[in-house]
Design a protein around this ligand. Structure first.
Ligand code: ADP
Ligand code: MG
Length: 701
């Protein structure tokens, strides 16, 4: 425990830096508190006099806690968060200051946002953007600053961030899910929320070693590095003892997260050496997205206090498991139901099956978007590489649920181990044993008892895009279902027909087997015709497919222009990442690796000639000298080829074409350069090798 929380229990300091419901109840007049709660739950707008009262209470609370500044905290398309700090001071006529914070300042900010990516949306002459308070996510204090979660738009209203579409998508899924609940006779639910719990993987490396690696500093991953003698093959790290230094870091991290009201719950070692995971307790998708951003930020910051560096890159080390982020997703209603919980009674079962079928249909029809939500240069190293799910989207539902869907489709009764009798609308599916539904770690999207766990996301990704897409896709299907069912004369038989049809048409997306096998790739692509969008450049163009644009426009999540801008930003980002990596490799190869090889070769040759001068032949030394000199030549050629490839990129026109060029040409040449350098690493004396190697980075903590 740190000084400030010594002698305190978690409950004493949990959420102590959050302006949450408890604080608001204490500090706001009753009517104001009620209005804010109404806004938090139903998204109704706050009028300006109420906003003034809230702002004032927020300011007083923040100042008591030592805050001097406030910031509108937002999530531009850079993938990380942005903030601009203003102090609370306001001059008075007598030359002094008072501390002020108005409702207007709370509700709206105007950051000069011209340097954030807009994908051509904002002309430079109209570079202003504005930020708007998101009252559904609590304000908090960090580093003596009051943080106000906000959405970020251009002046003409185009979305420039990751929060706005997420809030919109939560709204539409709420509307459509309520229609379905109503059809099932529900009169108590007035709000449906989507929930997410993001399990976060990361690596920790020693700061002093990190500082010696230009690639880690500039790109977040090692661009060179031969396989160490020991990797993860003994599986002795997974859930193993946590080293003291790491455990001190984890304790500190938990404490800081708890102060911000983030429900950090489970910390454990992961499969790879030096890899760990942190899982929070789930919450609504927009808060989960905010919290995940804060979590990543605090991980990095707190690691430094322990002389460690937290690597969030998806693939910091070749040949060692990469890091992902599992987005656990579900839906719940404000009358206390998890809508993805199979439940115990026939009606609950049917309701559950309706939501399940809607999700299955949605994932099948929009698997390209779901895949795309996990696309990035970093994540390309994981997906499909036998450690993360394959790049093909499919769903795992487990044997028991599978037998229920089969029975429904074939109008039969479920028999077998689960001893469940299932006849539509008659018997209950009472015994989904929650634990039998999972542990297929090879599935991109696994039903895990009462939620879907999406495992494609990369560790550095924001979870927003995935949740926007899940929410929208599911809203779309629920609206189609509701349209059909609302006009049916006989609800039960219409529902049954609808579900049977859905299962028949979309069961190809359900796959309960081993997603890592080659047979699956063959079956998925050849028999089931599922898309296999291997890399970022393969999936990004599908963003603008007609069906996708139609859906986003129908639900007013994005306009076509906004989708085009997002696609462009992501493609540009891809090319930039590879470009930086290529330049870093060239730099390291020329300035560090090549000179090291020369120095070592010189030493070997000097030894050789002094031996020769006294008449001793040394075949081994001669062989080594030859090998070094031939590898040095290859290294030089590979550097030249990569440099040429980068020069040629200047002739490529079009964002997509350029991204493809980076993938097919530049990236391929980077791999060649790396292979030679890694071979040199295993042949050059460690005395000369210019930077720490994998065994240092992975095992010296
Ligand atoms: P594991 O995947 O290790 O078995 P759990 O199943 O307990 O662990 O939970 C994994 C993650 O799923 C946690 O972050 C948890 O909060 C989250 N989760 C659990 N229930 C839900 C839900 N209804 N909606 C969204 N996320 C959930
Ligand atoms: Mg998990």
């Amino acid at each position: 425990m740190s000084e400030s929380t010594k002698n305190q229990t978690i409950t004493d300091f949990f959420a102590c830096n959050v302006f949450n419901q408890t604080v608001m109840r204490e500090r706001l007049p009753k009517n104001v508190f009620k209005a804010v709660m109404q806004t938090k739950t139903f998204g109704t707008a706050l009028n300006s006099s109420i906003a003034d009262v809230v702002a004032n209470a927020m300011k007083d609370w923040a100042i008591e806690k030592g805050a001097t500044h406030f910031t509108h905290w937002f999530q531009p398309m850079t993938g990380i968060t942005a903030e601009k700090h203003d102090s609370f001071i306001s001059p008075t006529s007598d030359g002094m200051v008072i501390l002020e914070f108005s409702g207007k300042e709370l509700v709206k900010g105007e950051p000069d946002a011209s340097s954030f990516p807009s994908g051509g949306l904002r002309a430079t002459f109209e570079a202003r953007g504005y930020t708007a308070w998101d009252p559904t996510s609590d304000a908090f204090i960090k580093d003596n600053t009051l943080y106000i979660p906000t959405a970020f738009c251009s002046y003409t209203g185009e979305v420039l961030d990751k929060k706005t579409p997420l809030l919109r998508s939560m709204e539409v899924v709420n509307e459509q899910a309520l229609r379905i609940l109503k059809l099932f006779g529900n009169t108590t639910a007035t709000r449906v929320m989507t929930t997410a719990g993001a399990e976060q993987e990361y690596f920790l490396v020693d700061k002093a070693l990190y500082d010696q690696r230009e690639d880690l500093i500039l790109t977040g991953r090692t661009l060179f590095g031969a396989k160490p003698p020991k990797g993860q093959e003994l599986e002795d790290h997974y859930f193993g003892n946590i080293k003291d230094r790491v455990s001190d870091f984890m304790k500190d991290l938990d404490e800081e997260l708890w102060k911000l009201g983030i429900l950090a719950k489970t910390e454990h070692n992961e499969v790879a050496p030096a890899q760990h995971e942190l899982a929070p307790i789930f919450t609504t998708t927009n808060i989960a997205a905010d919290h995940n951003q804060l979590m990543m930020e605090l991980m990095k910051k707190i690691a430094l206090k322990h002389n460690l560096v937290c690597l969030l890159h998806e693939k910091p080390f070749a040949g060692v498991n990469g890091s992902g982020k599992h987005n656990n997703w579900s839906m719940s209603s404000n009358d206390g139901q998890n809508l993805l919980d199979p439940g115990d009674t026939p009606m609950e079962n049917m309701q559950f099956l309706t939501f399940l079928c809607a999700i299955i249909k949605g994932v099948d029809e929009y698997s390209d978007l779901i895949r795309l939500s996990a696309a990035s240069a970093g994540n390309d190293h994981r997906l499909g590489a036998n450690e993360a799910p394959p790049a093909i989207v499919s769903m795992f539902i487990g044997d028991e649920l599978q037998s229920v869907l089969d029975a429904l489709e074939n109008d039969t009764t479920v028999t077998g181990s689960s001893s469940v009798k299932f006849k539509l609308g008659v018997d209950a599916i009472s015994s989904f044993t929650k634990d039998s539904t999972d542990r297929n770690r090879t599935s991109p999207m696994a039903f895990t008892g009462n939620k879907f766990e999406f495992r494609m996301l990369g560790s550095a990704d924001s979870i927003s895009c995935t949740n926007v897409i899940m929410n929208t896709v599911v809203a779309q299907q629920l609206s189609i279902f509701a349209d059909e069912l609302e006009k049916a004369d006989d609800f039960s038989s219409a529902l049954k027909a609808l579900l049977v049809k859905t299962i028949k048409e979309h069961k190809r997306i359900v796959f309960n087997g081993n997603g890592y096998s080659d047979e699956w790739i063959k079956e998925a692509t050849e028999e089931r015709h599922l898309p296999n969008l291997v890399s970022t450049v393969d999936c990004l163009p599908t963003y603008l497919a007609d069906k996708n644009v139609k859906m986003f426009e129908k639900f007013r999540i994005y306009s076509k222009t906004e989708i085009a801008s997002r696609t462009e930003i992501l493609l540009e980002n891809y090319s930039k990442v590879i470009n930086i990596e290529a330049l870093t490799m060239i730099d390291m190869a020329k300035k560090q690796i090549y000179p090291a090889v020369m120095n070592y070769t010189k030493e070997v040759c000097q030894n050789l000639s002094s031996l020769k001068s006294v008449g001793i032949e040394n075949a081994a030394a001669e062989k080594l000298a030859n090998k070094l000199s031939s590898l040095a030549n290859s290294l030089d050629e590979a550097i030249t080829a990569l440099e040429q490839s980068l020069l040629d990129s200047k002739n490529v026109e079009g964002v997509l074409e350029l991204a493809r060029y980076y993938r097919n040409d530049v990236f391929a040449k980077m791999q060649l350069l790396r292979a030679i350098a890694d071979e040199l690493e295993t042949n050059v004396s460690e005395k000369y090798w210019p930077f720490p190697v994998y065994s240092d980075l992975l095992f010296k903590i």
